[in-house]
Design a protein around this ligand. Structure first.
Ligand SMILES: C[S@@+](CC[C@H](N)C(=O)[O-])C[C@H]1O[C@@H](n2cnc3c(N)ncnc32)[C@H](O)[C@@H]1O
Length: 349
């Protein structure tokens, strides 16, 4: 008799979703790309032949995809017909509110290949994963300047993130007290939209790469907010921050910087603000004990191994310390906001 856990042991059953995670992900992605979940949402209870036709693949190919999706619970089979499982119906059908499809697309476009080099990245202490993405520059953001597909995948994912986290910005006294916010690395204006939706007195200026600023201006026009959402291009690591703002916001941008870079950027913000000016940070955070949660743990590794080679979804206590070290007082972190977020604020004396 052989020793060790059998195939049916709890140990194997616990390991399987991790061991074959690569396959489950690709099944899900193919189901999304081929329109499998859309077809079953429109018409539940279709047969293999009908689904093969809807997906424009052969019946043997459909057979294997349907089998795989049933085995991981994305589909249910009843007799000879198929139905979406609960998560596929709620999250993987195109056009549904809060669909997870942008997460699927960004995982495929920005992360999947990069993580292939994880051990290399950990051993070398570099973002070795970036070698999988063609282009110039040492960070994925720099490579995005010349790759519209990468850029689109990033901002679609950010939009999906905002739908899940923006409630964390509700009713924040420090935001009620601000009037002109510089939104560092503000992307295509989605942060500015979330802020101006909630705080009618706010004017927000996006500070980001030139191509992001262009899209932010176009979005501001589309949202009828050109008076309240502006954009100035700049490099947060190189350029001084423009003055004339009573608040500087960092949303999802201290996450991919080292603690030394964060301190330098926070000190720069301190210099640019008037006395009484405020600094804010709104981003993913692991718990203070550093045992999770999963999205922030995965994101942390992504920054380090693929995107920039630095950073993590720092626990709130690190952020509080960095704010204080840069000279901010009355530093306050709101923890456990929706979607693993934290909001940190501080005031320049
Ligand atoms: C994760 S996205 C977050 C965007 C936005 N803050 C949000 O929360 O949706 C990071 C942003 O940082 C910008 N960025 C990266 N490096 C930058 C740099 N050196 N200077 C200015 N912006 C930069 C990227 O263009 C991108 O828009």
């Amino acid at each position: 008799m052989s020793e060790g856990p059998s195939w049916n042991s709890p140990e194997y059953q616990e390991l399987l979703p991790i061991l074959y995670g690569f396959w489950s992900f690709q099944l899900m992605r193919s189901g999304v790309e081929l329109g499998l979940f859309d077809a079953l949402s429109q018409k539940p209870g279709q047969s293999r032949a009908q689904l093969a036709e809807a997906m424009k693949v052969s019946e043997p190919a459909a057979r294997l995809l349907l089998l795989g999706c049933c085995s991981v619970g994305l589909l249910r089979k009843s007799g000879e017909t198929y139905h979406n499982g609960r998560s596929a119906e709620a999250l993987l059908v195109k056009g549904k509110p809060q669909s997870a499809i942008p997460f699927v697309q960004s995982a495929q476009a920005l992360q999947y290949q990069g993580f292939f080099r994880l051990t290399e990245a950990l051993r070398e202490g570099t973002n070795a994963g970036i070698r999988e993405y063609p282009g110039e520059g040492t960070t994925l953001y720099q490579r995005m300047n010349h790759n519209a597909d990468l850029e689109r995948a990033l901002y679609d994912a950010m939009n999906a993130i905002w739908s899940l986290c923006e409630a964390g910005l509700d009713g924040i006294e420090e935001l009620k007290a601000a009037s002109k916010v510089l939104d560092v690395a503000g992307g295509v204006g989605r942060v500015a939209k979330a802020l101006t939706d909630r705080y009618p007195q706010l004017k927000v200026t996006v500070f980001d790469r030139p191509s992001a600023c262009e899209q932010a201006r176009a979005n501001a026009k589309e949202w009828g907010r050109t008076e309240r959402i502006l954009a100035v291009p700049g490099d947060l690591l190189v350029d001084p921050f423009p003055e004339g703002f009573d608040a500087i916001n960092f949303a999802h941008c201290l996450e991919w910087l080292s603690q030394e870079q964060i301190l330098a950027v926070m000190k720069k913000a301190h210099r640019a603000l008037p006395s009484g000016g405020q600094a804010f940070c709104f981003q993913f955070a692991v718990d203070d004990a550093e045992t999770g949660p999963l999205y922030s743990a995965r994101l942390s590794m992504y920054f380090y191994a693929v995107e920039t080679g630095a950073g993590m979804a720092y626990p709130a206590r690190d952020l509080e310390r960095l704010f204080a070290s840069a000279g901010f007082v009355e530093v306050r972190a709101r923890r456990a906001l929706p979607f693993e977020h934290v909001f940190v604020s501080g005031r320049k004396p």
